[in-house]
Design a protein around this ligand. Sequence first.
Ligand code: ADP
Length: 503
Amino acid sequence: MIKKILVANRGEIAIRVMRSCREMGIKSVAVFSEADRTSMHVRFADEAYFIGPSPSNESYLVIDKIIDVAKRSGADAIHPGYGFLSENAEFTERCKEEGIIFIGPSAHAINTMGDKITARKKMQKASVPVVPGTTEPITDLDDAVETIKKIGLPVMVKASAGGGGKGMRLVTEEKNIRSSVNAAKSEAKASFGDDAVYIEKYIDSPHHIEFQVLCDNHGNAIHLFERECSVQRRHQKVVEETPSPIMTDKVRMEMGAHAVAAAKAVNYSGAGTIEFIVDDDLNYYFLEMNTRLQVEHPITERVVGVDLVKEQIKIANNLPLDLKQEDLFQNGHAIEVRIYAEDPDNNFMPNPGKIKHITEPLGLGVRHDGYVYEGYEIPMHYDPMISKLICWAPTRNEAIDRMKRALYAYKITGVKTSIPFLHRIMDVPAFKEGKYNTHFIQDNSKYLDSTKEPKQKVKDVACIAAFVDYLNKYESTNGKSTESSQSLKPWKQYGRKISINRL
Ligand code: ADP
């Protein structure tokens, strides 16, 4: 049985994994770069090892360094978290060679699902619906034009090695086909070192809905229902919720069964996510599989009542799943928002810096997975996500109200954060009604764009002007305004004194 786990990650996810380790009586080992000397995950672990300079390609991404720490610390397993080495087949293989358990799927599953063209072929074979399009890489531009004309515009040109929304182009007009294919190819080459691209029909009014799966090494596989992730900015998730407001029981069961079939098709082991794109009529198509724990996993944990990290560790220990599909159900509603150190009023520019003050939200139904503290300097080298706020309530409306309450209570100074933007999302009518798709943010800019509402400073100046005007009138009547100070009740007089002092 696993006794010590090296967490090959940093920030909130490293801490989240270590929490489950502690509950299971498993020792945890942290690794940290130069920029992360003062990071919370280093303090949280039972042991911590320095692995070099701040850039991740000189520390968190260097397989040799991670393996070396695993050996020196006597860790018998490695949990990769998400990002960094979590979907790196070479790393998985290396762990195997060194006799260290990799908490995740096999290199075969990672490779098959990591290449979107290969995955599409595999899914077609397993009778899982895929988005109509090509199953071979586009090599010739003339062929691309012909193929796209046959599929019919609009289409998505997508990088086979894609991830994080990179190497993807929407093509709506014939004249843009060549330039879009070229642009997707060069972005794919630059980001992934592989310029293979393919074509998918563009799904109108798209919803991104994904299914959590768990598979053991004994042929058991289950799904833990869906997560609705359609609130996106530049193809990146901003808010996630479960259950999906558009889902029906019938489609949920069908999609769940397809998700399980998709995972089984690659002999999957551990926790994974099958992403689907869904239209307004609930036609659904396989998009891709993420062969790791997702950022948004806590909403599933809350609604289904399962600790996914513990399940990952049990599966890595070769234990059979003790969860049965028929025993699982969704209890209530959970929403997660991602808090970033970025300025929503300045085109979401990353805003790393020192946290001067932080008050984390607490209370019934609130989970906060973070890692920053007062005085902590957010490094510029990594993803600027500070934390995830997860709110649960028996109903969706109550979960939204609870999220608003928690966001209101969440105070961070020193760096700009996405909190005000997330707050505005909760108030958008389409979100409240659960009627939204991946165009939500662009379609609702009138509610979300802060420049379209009076800024707080402007409101403050208006207040001051009104107050000065009031004082002037008061003086011009020699203190005999319509409301003399003598006639004011003591509390009102006190209140005005305070207002004057504040001014
Ligand atoms: P990545 O791996 O880069 O995240 P995905 O294939 O998961 O790329 O797609 C990311 C997002 O792009 C989806 O959630 C969806 O919003 C949009 N998208 C991708 N493919 C399509 C499509 N065929 N039609 C409409 N939207 C799409």
